[in-house]
Design a protein around this ligand. Structure first.
Ligand SMILES: [Zn+2]
Length: 248
């Protein structure tokens, strides 16, 4: 880590995460389990110790459970002010998400998460660029997040725009990043923005291609994934059912 980044990091009040040995992970499996995010209904935020005990798989499982609570209408009665106060001096998020700007797909809400639980990158069509990759590298390599989740969603306007070759100011360049997914989608029916089945198939392919882009263009994240420090995966959020379908 360069000195500049170290200084910037100090300013955030966060310490670099301590890497757990095999024994630490084994202990964590017994101690933390699925009480992780659920425990955050208390008036505090995720602590470094809580986050460091979790494996990437346990974090993904906690996000799945949070979405199940959301779908059942059993969201935790959070103390946001308590979480805000507890996290003001430092943050230890467990994951970094890349999702669409769509107003109907707010990650913390649909997975019943609180303040300080996750880093959240949002851009129309959940595509990666060097700024997004830099943000993710900060989240994982510096701040210790253990999961990279790219989340697309059904009926995505950005996907429809890419299919329809929409031209509009800076949006044109953004949609160009989605178009490879349109071409790469195998689909036998009508390939139009009016066919939601096709739109959703492209959205899923777009998540897969974004994950491939992250692996290809970020050696930092690729190495963390290869050595098992982090897990990278995708998901699709269904606007109709409220369900987040994880790829793993
Ligand atoms: Zn969208």
């Amino acid at each position: 880590m360069c000195e500049t980044l170290k200084e910037a990091w100090k300013g955030t009040g966060i310490n670099r995460r301590r890497f757990l040995g095999a024994a630490g992970v084994a202990t964590a499996l017994g101690l933390a389990g699925n009480t992780f995010f659920r425990g955050l209904a208390r008036a505090d935020a995720l602590t470094k110790a809580q986050r460091d005990k979790m494996t990437p798989e346990q974090i993904i499982e906690a996000m799945k459970e949070g979405n199940e609570r959301f779908r059942r209408g059993e969201r935790k009665n959070r103390n946001y002010l308590g979480e805000q106060r507890a996290s003001a001096k430092g943050q230890y998020p467990a994951a970094v998400l890349l999702s669409c700007i769509d107003s109907r797909a707010p990650a913390e809400v649909i997975m019943d998460l609180g303040i300080g639980d996750i880093f959240n990158c949002r851009v129309a069509g959940n595509v990666a660029n060097e700024d997004i990759l830099g943000s993710m590298e900060f989240a994982c390599k510096v701040a210790g997040a253990k999961v990279v989740l790219v989340m697309g969603h059904t009926a995505c306007g950005a996907i429809k725009g890419a299919i329809d070759n929409v031209q509009l100011g800076n949006l044109t360049g953004l949609l160009a990043k989605i178009k490879p997914a349109v071409q790469a989608t195998t689909y036998t029916g009508e390939r139009s923005a009016g066919n939601y089945s096709f739109v959703d198939a492209v959205a899923r392919r777009n998540v897969e291609l974004t994950l491939a882009t992250i692996r290809k263009d970020s050696p930092v994240l690729a190495e963390l994934a290869t050595n098992g420090t982090i897990k990278m995966t995708g998901a699709m959020y269904n606007l109709e059912t409220g369900s987040v379908e994880f790829f793993v």
